[in-house]
Design a protein around this ligand. Structure first.
Ligand code: CDP
Length: 206
């Protein structure tokens, strides 16, 4: 069983993906980390504007060395969204994601184009969203725990910018697949979102 979870920044898809995978005993891949890792490499090298360098970084990416904690900063999220708009970067990461999904028992993958491009035949497709203000509040709380200088306004501005870039790009834009089920978590807590997502998964499994 392949479960594809897509949605905009800070919609809660990563948390849901992890919970659902844990519940069903499936492996989970947060595909945003792949783009974040490529963005981080380019940022560190001062080469964010260099398309060829980003494609090279994506081709050479070693997924066994990804450090989720260090990749979850606002600056790296922004860099990820810049490199993720490049078709060469996306193409370099397709096989890796499809191989992950092809394990015999199945897997849970979350991202922006899992249901639309990476796993169009997924058993279940969830499109998880929430209002920009709710998503900014959640992301702000995460960041504020680590950075006392984090600002809600800056986080909200970043969410609007990334929504716009991720949705308007030509290469695999953020869209809800026609056969995806919409889950709006604006008024749901983590437990309620998990219960709602699980109900959708169970229904799709028959
Ligand atoms: O956690 P958050 O939603 O803030 O970000 P993320 O899922 O880690 O993704 C970071 C950026 O990578 C996004 O803004 C997208 O531009 C890009 N991305 C993508 O293009 N395709 C994916 N499957 C996953 C992420």
């Amino acid at each position: 069983m392949i479960i594809a979870i897509d949605g905009p920044a800070a919609s809660g898809k990563g948390t849901l993906g992890k919970r659902i995978a844990g519940h069903l005993g499936l492996a989970h891949l947060d595909t945003g980390l792949l783009y974040r890792a490529v963005g981080a490499i380019c940022l560190a090298a001062g080469k964010l504007e260099d398309e060829a360098a980003s494609v090279e970084a994506a081709r050479a990416l070693d997924v066994t060395t990804l450090d989720p904690e260090s990749l979850r900063t606002g600056a790296i999220g922004e860099a990820a969204s810049v490199v993720a708009a490049r078709p060469g970067v996306r193409a370099a990461l397709v096989d890796l994601q499809r191989r992950f999904a092809a394990r015999p028992e199945g897997a849970v993958l979350d991202g922006r184009d899992i249901g639309s491009v990476i796993c169009p035949d997924a058993t279940v497709k969830l499109f998880v969203t929430a209002s920009p203000e709710v998503r900014a509040e959640r992301r702000f709380k995460e960041l504020a725990a680590r950075d006392p200088l984090a600002s809600y306004e800056a986080v909200l501005a970043d969410i609007h910018k990334r929504d716009e870039r991720d949705s308007s790009r030509a290469a695999a834009p953020l869209v809800m697949a026609s056969d995806a089920v919409l889950l709006d978590t604006s008024n749901l807590g983590i437990e309620e979102s998990f219960a709602a997502a699980l109900a959708i998964v169970e229904r799709a499994r028959g």
